[in-house]
Design a protein around this ligand. Structure first.
Ligand SMILES: Nc1ncnc2c1ncn2[C@@H]1O[C@H](COP(=O)(O)OP(=O)(O)OP(=O)(O)O)[C@@H](O)[C@H]1O
Ligand SMILES: [Mg+2]
Length: 502
């Protein structure tokens, strides 16, 4: 990295309040050409808000922003893009019912003789995706691809604008290791060409693998700006969390279980054509079973099959020893299951409803609409979970869409905990959640398991899976390739994932 004396982008004393609550309290940021700069902070620290103020999504209440020394105040994301600032927002804003290529070029389709040149557009889209090593059919609808690919498409869209500044707000939260590496290769190349890149992530190892400098925010305030090599991980965490850090060092440990009992749920040869190959799996009451495997290994597909979002064409499912056919989620819910899905935006939160309404939603649905949960019980429940999971919100009546991404994720988890499920299926419950909050969430889940809840835990962070699970079922290519006891080493899981199929 070569730091020239003048920053490309300089923010100082930026202020922003929402409904009188200050979210940015005079924040500064300096971004230089030829660097990757990490913007770090806990859920709700103000990272996304800073990015949105900078790129014209929200007007600033005060402060100065300058691009190459010239004051700027973009009024819209398009205006900031025209200034040379290209952004991938945390909540990917693409159109699922347009094709991949249309999403990449939306608003600026290539034209020929006044008409949209579809062929040129598709070719250019393919070239861009090729850069990310992604070989997909660009003429297909975006919605036909999983979240990870959609995220890559959003990144490709940002790369297609030749910009001086590239901003990525948690671009890697649903990418697997391989995809992250491909993205990093492209980012390093862009940095070497002189682009200034601002990068938000909760994965600390990515910060050190990629970033040159780090700016830390806490509670809407600037804590510091450091060279990455001068700020090792423990110091970074301490800066993000502040003094509370010491109190949160406890690690969740898995519980003992009794194998002879009838499992709460048992799958025998359960399969769905093209999605899940014949699988045996059991989870006992009070047990946490982790599903380990890479993105695309079939973890989510298996979870959806158990919960009735898809239907098995083979095999048998027993719940508490009884055979059941679970072909829709309402059957699963009646049998005492809850599924906290991976994609909170499409399968989860209802942005316009309050935090309270979002939390009670699943419980209310199970009771039926004629049997309304009394308001005081709703309030008590919402307040209890806001406290237990540390959900950062002004109050429980705030529309959930106004919470930071990580805090929305916590509220979604609360929704399923509120139903007191016998089996809770968690698909990436800690995606986008900061280190300290992760610990709180896992502690809460293990506490509930201790009280007898069975948990099926899915995470692409293998270290987290081995840490909290009693047993780990390892998946590859949409089938189970083996099981390991809880507390196995991470590399043992990877070995099983990578092992040659017999
Ligand atoms: N449009 C809005 N209206 C009201 N409050 C908001 C709005 N956007 C954000 N906030 C609040 O501002 C605070 C900072 O949120 P922000 O999204 O910037 O956090 P973040 O650092 O990006 O967190 P995360 O890591 O969870 O994404 C949060 O308390 C959030 O509830
Ligand atoms: Mg954010």
């Amino acid at each position: 990295m070569s730091i020239v004396s003048e920053p490309v982008l300089e923010l100082s004393d930026v202020r922003k309040s929402f409904f009188g609550v200050p979210v940015l309290k005079g924040v500064g940021l300096r971004l230089f050409a030829g660097e990757v700069h990490a913007l770090m902070g806990q859920n709700g620290a103000g990272k996304s808000t800073l990015i949105k103020v900078l790129t014209g999504v929200h007007p600033a209440d005060g402060g100065r922003m300058a691009l190459r020394g010239e004051a700027i105040a973009p009024k819209s994301p398009l205006a900031s893009q025209k200034l040379g600032i290209s952004t991938v927002y945390q909540e990917v804003n693409l159109c699922p019912n347009l094709t991949v290529a249309e999403n990449i070029f939306a608003g600026r389709y290539p034209r020929k003789w006044g008409r949209i040149d579809w062929a040129a557009m598709n070719t250019q889209a393919r070239v861009l995706l090729k850069r990310l090593n992604l070989d997909i059919d660009v003429a297909r609808l975006l919605s036909s691809y999983p979240v990870a690919i959609q995220q890559m498409v959003a990144i490709a869209r940002a790369l297609s604008v030749s910009a001086q500044v590239l901003i990525l707000d948690e671009p890697t939260s649903s990418l697997d290791d391989d995809e992250v590496q491909r993205l990093f290769t492209v980012l390093r190349q862009l940095r070497d060409e002189g682009m200034a890149i601002l990068f938000v992530t909760h994965f600390l190892e990515q910060v050190y693998a990629l970033c040159d400098r780090i700016t830390v925010l806490r509670n809407g305030e600037l804590v510091g700006e450091h060279l990455a090599r001068d700020l090792p991980a423990p110091a970074l965490i301490a800066a993000m969390i502040g003094r509370e850090f010491a109190a949160r060092q406890g690690t969740a440990t898995p519980l003992e279980t009794d194998d002879d009992e009838t499992p709460l749920i048992e799958l025998r040869g359960v399969a769905q054509r093209g999605r899940v190959q014949a699988t045996n799996l059991s989870v006992h009451a009070g047990e946490v079973v982790g599903l380990g495997g890479l993105l695309g290994s079939g973890r989510t597909e298996l979870a959806q099959l158990i919960f009735g979002l898809n239907t098995a064409d083979e095999g048998e499912v027993k719940v508490a020893g009884q055979s059941h056919r679970i072909d829709c989620p309402s059957t699963a819910v009646k049998l005492g299951m809850g599924l906290c899905p991976e994609d909170r935006k499409t399968d989860g939160i209802v942005a316009e409803l309050s935090v309270r309404e979002n939390i009670v939603l699943a419980l209310q649905a199970r009771r039926g609409l004629w049997n309304l949960l009394p308001l005081d019980e709703q309030v008590a429940m919402a307040e209890r979970f806001v406290k237990a999971l540390g959900i950062k919100t002004q109050d429980i009546e705030t529309p959930i869409g106004l919470l930071s991404g990580g805090n929305q994720q916590k509220a979604l988890l609360a929704r399923w905990l509120a139903t007191q499920p016998k089996l809770l299926i968690l698909d990436e419950p800690t995606r986008g959640i900061d280190v300290a909050a992760k610990q709180e969430i896992m502690d809460e889940i293990l506490r509930l398991a201790k009280e007898g809840m069975a948990v099926l835990f899915i995470s692409s962070e293998i270290d987290e899976v081995v840490r909290v699970s009693n047993r780990i079922a390892v998946l590859r290519d949409r089938r189970k390739v083996g099981e390991l006891p809880g507390g196995s080493a991470e590399h043992e899981v990877y070995q099983l994932i990578a092992a040659e199929t017999a």
